[in-house]
Design a protein around this ligand. Structure first.
Ligand code: CDP
Ligand code: CDP
Length: 228
């Protein structure tokens, strides 16, 4: 296979992008970068600094403070995961909760936040050999990515996957709340003006409504191998 690829995996929330990207990166010996974790870390920073009031982001106050945010990923050998650090603190668990999930999309529409995260993502991709998952990787971050995949599945199936994940982690939350969050984020992500979620023209779409994770990995690895 051609070496030193950039593989972009975009799609709707909870389609399994990040689980898939992790497994593909592992098979190829590449680094996985979860771009959504960066928007989540910015959201956590906004909470920590009282820049969110109710469900309103104090955009004018957040923007000048973006320069105070430093995000990096560190590999944890205990669980084989690349974990997210915000200003030197491991926030991997905190950024996955419903509080951050419910405000991350309004934060991600802010053009300055996007510019900040995109610049960081492009820097991390400089040496190639990466699998990056998100919403606009194949369209904006790496429009020349070697392989572009767009993953989708029905909203109900995606909410069910996320709901089961919360249940496994012992978090109490109703299915309806999870479904509402999935639908709301899809809507905000696809309708925002600046760099919306959309399939790149040259991306290959995979609907995994009826595929488990293993079958999705198999389908995507086939696409990657066909680029030999
Ligand atoms: O894992 P999940 O699909 O729930 O979301 P995520 O990948 O962690 O991303 C969280 C949110 O960040 C998304 O709902 C988008 O609003 C935003 N995001 C984005 O705008 N662009 C990206 N490249 C990645 C995430
Ligand atoms: O990154 P994204 O939000 O797209 O999804 P994820 O966090 O990788 O996956 C969300 C949940 O769906 C995880 O618990 C996965 O194990 C599960 N999943 C699944 O049940 N079937 C699939 N085909 C893909 C993911």
């Amino acid at each position: 296979m051609k070496q030193d690829l950039i593989i972009a995996i975009d799609g709707h929330s909870s389609t399994g992008k990040s689980s898939l990207s992790k497994l593909i990166a592992k098979q190829l010996g590449y680094t996985h970068i979860d771009s959504g974790a960066m928007y989540r870390a910015v959201t956590l920073f906004a909470y920590q600094n009282d820049l969110i009031e109710g469900n309103k982001v104090l955009v004018e106050q957040l923007v000048p403070r973006l320069e105070e945010i430093f995000i990096d990923f560190r590999y944890n050998t205990a669980n084989n995961l690349n974990e997210t650090y915000l200003n030197g603190v491991n926030v991997e668990d905190e950024i996955r909760g419903l509080q951050v999930s419910s405000m991350v999309s309004p934060i991600a529409v802010i053009p300055e936040v996007r510019d900040y995260c995109v610049a960081l993502q492009q820097k991390m991709g400089e040496n190639k050999r990466i699998v990056m998952d998100g919403r606009d990787i194949g369209t904006t971050v790496f429009p020349n990515a070697d392989i572009k995949i767009f993953i989708t599945a029905s909203a109900e199936i995606r909410a069910k996957r996320r709901f089961l994940e919360f249940e496994r982690e012992g978090k109490t939350i109703s299915f309806d709340e999870v479904l509402k969050n999935v639908i709301e984020r899809d809507h905000i992500d696809s309708t925002r003006e600046y760099s919306p979620l959309r399939k790149a023209e040259d991306a290959i779409e995979v609907d995994n409504s009826n595929l488990n994770l293993e079958q999705t990995v198999e389908a995507v690895m086939k696409i990657i191998s066909s680029k030999k």
